[in-house]
Write a protein that binds this ligand. Structure first.
Ligand code: DQA
Length: 147
């Protein structure tokens, strides 16, 4: 049976990676991160789609539509992690597994970053490994689509 695809979603301001607080988020641009993720996907033999939006509504729509086309989602919800009940509801309605990722360790940062609406409905959360959080997230999703 053909393996299902993995949808990788990126929330607001992640389009600024590379120049946005490099001491926290590193020097790679989102396009460079996408390249690394694509290389790993090829190695793992899985297909991916990689998207970014600054709009909460667009992200909610993409999550809603994912069930038809994808076996799992890897999401860096960025600031919406800490605010978005709408994204949480979309993930919990979805019926396919979601892996939450963060470049930084949100639990070591400001108290307002410690709570995640998404973690409560995700399979698990990977945070603090820099760009490798994306690669670890993809590996986790690859396992989940085998199950
Ligand atoms: C982030 C952490 C969030 O708190 C922050 O708002 C981001 C990026 C991360 O990848 O470390 O935009 O999700």
């Amino acid at each position: 049976m053909a393996k299902k695809k993995v949808l990788i979603l990126n929330g607001p301001n992640l389009n600024l990676l590379g120049k946005r607080q490099p001491e926290i988020y590193g020097k790679l641009t989102l396009a460079q991160i996408e390249q690394k993720v694509r290389m790993l996907a090829r190695e793992l033999g899985i297909e991916i789609e990689f998207r970014q939006s600054n709009s909460e509504g667009e992200l909610v729509t993409w999550i809603q539509e994912a069930a038809n086309k994808f076996g799992a989602i890897v999401i860096n919800p960025a600031a919406y992690t800490h605010t978005s009940l709408a994204m949480r509801d979309a993930v919990s309605a979805l019926g396919i597994p979601t892996v939450e990722i963060h470049i930084s360790n949100i639990h070591q940062r400001e108290p307002f970053r410690h709570h995640s609406f998404i973690a409560e409905v995700a399979v698990g959360q990977i945070a603090g490994f820099g760009v490798d959080s994306y690669l670890l997230g993809l590996r986790a999703a690859a396992e989940l689509i085998q199950e």
